[in-house]
Design a protein around this ligand. Structure first.
Ligand code: BGC
Length: 637
């Protein structure tokens, strides 16, 4: 039967209490069933870079162990691939894993704008740029939903910090809100229609997201045409009755009937119109009926496909920041010193609600052994505290002395970044910086592998010939390191965020965190490269930066028209040639600048990108279409 007809029938049969019961969860992960009417309970689970379905056999309190699943690289690594097709494939593979685990909605992707490099959840978000973040989120959603599994686009909106995230009011002016913090959500909604949108914990200009009619109804549904349900972040519900009015459909997790009782009482007392509840109940029915049939208990998925894909994403997301004298790639078979505890036991994902149990975790030593690659190893630091350990450092220096080349692994260990807190500075642990200095003094060639989920200060990069930023590489970390260090894969990632020189360089830094009640976005639009470029402030590694083992040349730049009006579009073309000796890929980025603007605007803004794969010597023409929106700013009046 047509879903709409079935919904009409069910609505006629449902009591007030039953309608209200659909508006909150059964437990942590399920919706409530209404058995007498054949309405099933459906399951959703984290998270953005792999399935975190809790294992019911784990009876411990707090966050439970989860069923093993492919641990893909998190959003920050995905973003630096700048490859929407690959992110689509990741979504499709995760949908197969979801179906295998009888889950109908994946709680992701997260597409908040990284206001400050200090934000604790930056590893879970794509970029400081809304165009890039929105288009990648849309690809992920389309990939998952192409297989009939739902997604939950989160955290709507302005979850810019972890500090006091459950109460802080993010004070943002209307233009900044519309130009910077909303478009990533807008693109994803318009291009991909996720099954759910998850509202954020924070308030925006005083109003909790979960109570926010302007956000959840006027903008999301009326302006953008969102058709799915809005779910609260876990525990983000403030006023359940106002939430119904605002358009917040599903309270998660369960409030053990408390929220439902408030809704019923409000209708009985005439505070809430029954039609308002009906609208929400209808949306919940549409969601459940559309996605429930996708549970097919006999479905079996071959996880090795996902593992191969995760390896490709990890290699494409790595960013070669520096490569003097072409130190990288290394020659296979040549004995090298590998130093740093992160080489032995790498960090491959972030911490918090997205933490998953990987299906097949591979560290570097296993890969080196399988490839018969000779190497000698020293830990150099510990993975605890600030990592400093004089004895380990001395051993590492002794090893480095014997070698002409050292590969040094450093970065953010798990105590340095996580959901739940922001970083106070952008430093890597002291034990790592001391080690870099000491090794540099005794070894002529140093390549650094940087691990971590967010920008760090890199004064130490001056002491290295090469730096490759692997971010968090997922369960294939060891394989991805090998592929890139030994040249099986040519690096092709570019930064989706700026690496500043100092932690305090960002103009909004003094206002970040704020508290106790509000945090003010006084920098307005001037976040990330929008700030550094406009203020002409030097950075260490800019947004969009990334080197390769080959070289590319651009030519024949053409623009089809000098102006466009209304619905017209404009084409930009250029030719890119791989002039090096290896096959590789280049990310062509198109920025727009307003040369004649009256209102203030950022120096430039990303409005197109394409990743082009080119064999050595090959060239291709790249075409972009710009429309009116590509040139628009938001005029508040
Ligand atoms: C996080 C969400 C997550 C949810 C369920 C919340 O604390 O903010 O991103 O999906 O928990 O685990």
């Amino acid at each position: 039967m047509d879903i709409q007809k079935r919904i009409d029938q069910l609505m006629e049969q449902m009591t007030l209490e039953e309608k209200a019961s659909l508006c909150s969860g059964l437990d942590f992960w399920h919706t409530k069933p209404i058995e007498r009417l054949g309405i099933p309970s459906v399951m959703m689970t984290d998270g953005p870079h792999g399935m975190r379905k809790e294992d019911n056999s784990d009876t411990s309190l707090g966050m439970k162990r989860s069923v093993p699943a492919t641990c893909f690289p998190p959003a920050v690594t995905c973003a630096s691939t700048w490859n929407p097709d690959l992110i689509y494939q990741m979504g499709a593979a995760m949908a197969d894993e979801a179906r295998d685990q009888e889950v109908i909605t994946i709680l992701g992707p997260g597409t908040n704008i990284k206001r400050s490099p200090k934000g604790g959840r930056n590893f879970e978000y794509y970029s400081e740029d809304p165009y890039l973040a929105g288009h990648l989120a849309a690809s992920f959603i389309n990939g998952v939903q192409s297989k009939g599994i739902g997604t939950s686009l989160k955290h709507y909106a302005v979850n810019s910090q972890e500090y006091l995230r459950m109460s802080i009011s993010e004070v943002v002016d209307e233009r900044t809100f519309r130009e910077l913090y909303l478009p990533a959500f807008e693109y994803a909604i318009k291009e991909a229609q996720p099954a759910q949108v998850m509202c954020s914990y924070n308030r925006i200009n005083g109003v909790f997201s979960s109570d926010n009619h302007y956000l959840l109804t006027q903008i999301l549904r009326d302006e953008w045409g969102f058709k799915g349900i809005v779910v609260s972040d876990w525990g983000a519900t403030n006023d359940r009755v106002q939430g119904i009015r605002a358009g917040m459909d599903l309270e998660m997790p369960s409030s053990y009937g408390e929220g439902d009782k408030k809704i019923v009482k409000a209708v009985q007392e005439g505070v809430l119109k029954e039609e308002e509840l009906d609208t929400v109940a209808r949306r919940m029915l549409a969601y459940i009926l559309r996605y429930a049939p996708e549970v097919t208990p006999d479905f079996n998925y071959d996880y090795t496909q996902s593992h191969r894909l995760a390896r490709r994403i990890a290699t494409e997301g790595a960013v070669l920041l520096k490569n003097e004298g072409n130190l990288l790639p290394l020659t296979k078979g040549e004995n090298v010193a590998i130093i740093g505890a992160l080489a032995q036991e790498s960090r491959y994902q972030g911490s918090g609600s997205s933490l998953i149990v990987p299906k097949q975790l591979v560290h570097l030593p296993q890969v080196l052994a399988e490839a018969n690659q000779p190497y000698e190893y020293a830990a150099g630091y510990t993975l605890e505290g600030d990592g400093f350990d004089q004895k380990l450092l001395d051993e590492a220096v002794a090893l480095a002395k014997k070698h002409d080349k050292v590969v040094l692994f450093v970065g953010l260990t798990s105590n340095y970044e996580s959901e739940g807190f922001d970083r106070e500075n952008l430093d890597i642990p002291r034990g790592h910086t001391q080690l870099i200095k000491a090794v540099r003094e005794v070894c002529p060639h140093v390549a650094i592998v940087l691990v971590g989920g967010a920008p760090v200060t890199t004064d130490w990069a001056a002491d290295a010939d090469a730096v490759i930023n692997m971010y968090l590489a997922g369960e294939c970390a060891g394989e991805a390191y090998y592929d890139l260090l030994f040249g099986d894969v040519c690096p092709s990632g570019k930064l989706a965020e700026t690496y500043p020189i100092a932690a305090t360089d960002f103009v909004g830094d003094p206002y970040f965190h704020g508290g106790p009640r509000t945090v003010e976005h006084r920098e307005g639009l001037f976040v990330g490269y929008r700030y550094y470029d406009t203020a002409k402030k030097e950075v260490r590694f800019p947004f969009g930066h990334g080197l390769s083992y080959t070289k590319f040349e651009y030519s024949d730049l053409e623009v089809s028209a000098a102006r466009i009006y209304d619905d017209e579009t404009l084409e930009v073309r250029c030719t890119v040639r791989n002039v090096g000796e290896r096959d590789g890929a280049e990310i062509v980025q198109l920025y727009v600048r307003d040369n004649e603007s009256t209102p203030f605007r950022p120096d430039k803004e990303l409005k197109g990108f394409q990743k082009v794969f080119l064999a050595a010597g090959e060239s291709k023409q790249v075409r972009f279409t710009l429309d009116k929106r590509s040139f628009a700013y938001y005029k508040v009046a």
